[in-house]
Design a protein around this ligand. Structure first.
Ligand code: P6P
Length: 346
């Protein structure tokens, strides 16, 4: 495993961002500040996640968020930590967080910039009490309005215009995985020195390397007929050879996606009768992982077209997600994009 830069030395995140990585790519100073802010916040979140059962941050707040989901204390704490880190960058004009109903402005007096951070502060937090991996997912867009306060127009941009996207996985190790549109790189947090160290200079997705599929089959009865037929075909229950012969489902997007990114296979969260537009949120879950997926050589689809081409309707809009090895996502599209509206109903 290459942990070094182009001169054979240990490569930190900061060294990478300033051109010290194998690619020599130099990241714009304003973007660097955002990435460094996310990295700083994630070190604190990682510390709290790793000791959650010893901490008064464990458990629910007793409230629900705009998504109607139970809010964990660590969700709110994580959002606070990210926002505080971002205020000091001077690179942002606003933020969008899964935990906040409306667009988040920077505090008055904070230096404004031309970028937007859209993030899920602690994805998978409902699993935190059973010690399952969680993550922080983020997307960076550049504002489209010329001046003044950022508007909803600045936030409702397609995934194809993302400047950068990534996540921090709080798992067996804490990893920062990100892309600037020129491949996917991974850094591992060395807690002994508090630095993210380059551990995966070029992450690419295996093509059928794992004949693994990842979907919550507990929703089967709520799926459309097309989706049911697709899954049966994937498993070889419709007469042909199975495309996939093993299944893994964590129920934490960052964990399920990270495995798919490294091993290939298929991850899906289909639309169903309960979530007719899918469950995963477009701006700060599906779009960033779709960019990473495609940058690693995979495919990311709604079942009817590229996730990166979906025009957002509101900051918390949702989308069906099929992503992973191209051949498996193509197979999904062949079933899901069927024109027969009857088969697409639930
Ligand atoms: P289900 C976590 O709440 C999340 O948003 C994603 O991290 C995950 O992929 C999905 O929901 C799991 O949903 O319905 O399978 O529990």
């Amino acid at each position: 495993m290459d942990h070094t830069d182009s001169r054979g030395k240990i490569c930190t995140l900061q060294a990478y961002l300033t051109g010290g990585g194998p690619s020599g790519q130099i990241i714009d100073r304003r973007i660097r500040k955002i990435i460094n802010g996310v990295a700083f916040a994630s070190k604190i979140i990682s510390r709290e996640v790793s000791r959650i059962s010893l901490s008064d941050l464990s458990g629910p707040t007793g409230g629900t968020n705009v998504q109607g989901e139970t809010v964990q204390k660590l969700d709110i704490y994580s959002e606070k930590i990210v926002c505080e880190a971002m205020e000091r960058t001077g690179s942002l004009c606003c933020m969008v967080s899964e935990e906040s109903e409306n667009i988040l402005s920077l505090p008055s007096g904070a230096k404004q910039g031309e970028y937007i951070l859209l993030f899920d502060p602690l994805d998978g937090s409902s699993n935190i009490d059973v010690n399952i991996s969680t993550g922080t997912i983020f997307s960076i867009q550049r504002r489209v309005t010329r001046q003044g306060d950022a508007t909803i127009e600045d936030c409702l941009q397609k995934g194809s215009s993302q400047i950068a996207a990534g996540y921090v996985l709080y798992g067996a190790s804490t990893m920062l995985v990100l892309t600037f549109g020129h491949g996917v790189i991974g850094f591992t947090l060395d807690t002994s020195i508090g630095e993210f160290i380059l551990s995966h200079p070029n992450i690419t997705m295996g093509e059928h390397s794992s004949r693994m599929y990842s979907v919550n089959e507990g929703n089967y009865l709520f799926w459309s007929e097309n989706q049911k037929r697709f899954l049966k075909t994937l498993k070889g229950l419709e007469g042909g050879e199975p495309y996939c012969t093993t299944s893994r489902y964590v129920g934490s997007l960052v964990a399920d996606f990270h495995r798919t990114l490294f091993r290939g296979g298929l991850f899906a969260y289909p639309a169903d009768a309960k979530n007719t537009n899918g469950k995963l949120r477009l701006l700060y879950e599906a779009a960033p992982v779709a960019m990473l997926c495609e940058q690693a050589g995979g495919k990311a689809s709604t079942g009817e077209g590229p996730i990166l081409d979906v025009a957002p309707t509101d900051i918390h809009c949702r989308t069906p997600v099929y992503l992973g090895s191209r051949a498996l996502v193509d197979l999904a599209d062949s079933f899901l994009s069927s024109q027969d509206s009857e088969e697409r109903s639930y």
